[in-house]
Design a binder for this molecule. Structure first.
Ligand code: 5GP
Length: 116
């Protein structure tokens, strides 16, 4: 599978599409999901091209997971959540819609379901 350099998240990285950025370092970016399934739902992506987890290098995975952990802690605190769900989808059959590697970080409250 190839990487499309014009996918939505590549365009967000280049600043061609606006996004609410909440964290950034040399290797990764975190921003709010445009259709949040929970309050505080954000996404973490590598800055370098990567279609999904099947395509990721060990360095990309390490950098992204490190930022996922940072964001999990941050959004739990910011939204006074009791837990956090991490989701990640690969290829259309696996539920992936945007073909740039991303992890969903979803703050959770006891008894509150994710929005569809
Ligand atoms: P997935 O590929 O993991 O199934 O879903 C892609 C996610 O990206 C969805 O949660 C969707 O709401 C989010 N998304 C799609 N387009 C945009 C966009 O233009 N901006 C932002 N911030 N999120 C987006």
């Amino acid at each position: 599978m190839t990487y499309d350099p014009d996918n939505i998240f590549a365009r967000i990285l280049r600043g061609e599409i606006p996004s609410t950025r909440i964290y950034e370092d040399d290797d990764t970016l975190a921003f709010m999901d445009i259709m949040p399934r929970a309050d505080g739902h954000c996404l973490v992506i590598p800055k370098t091209p990567c279609r999904n987890i099947l395509d990721a290098s060990p360095e990309q995975l390490a950098a992204v997971i490190n930022t996922v952990q940072k964001m999990a802690r941050a959004v739990m605190k910011a939204f006074d959540a009791g837990g956090v769900t991490i989701q990640q989808f690969n290829e259309a059959a696996g539920g992936q819609e945007v073909f740039h590697l991303h992890f969903h970080v979803l703050p959770r409250h006891e008894g509150v379901k994710l929005r569809p």
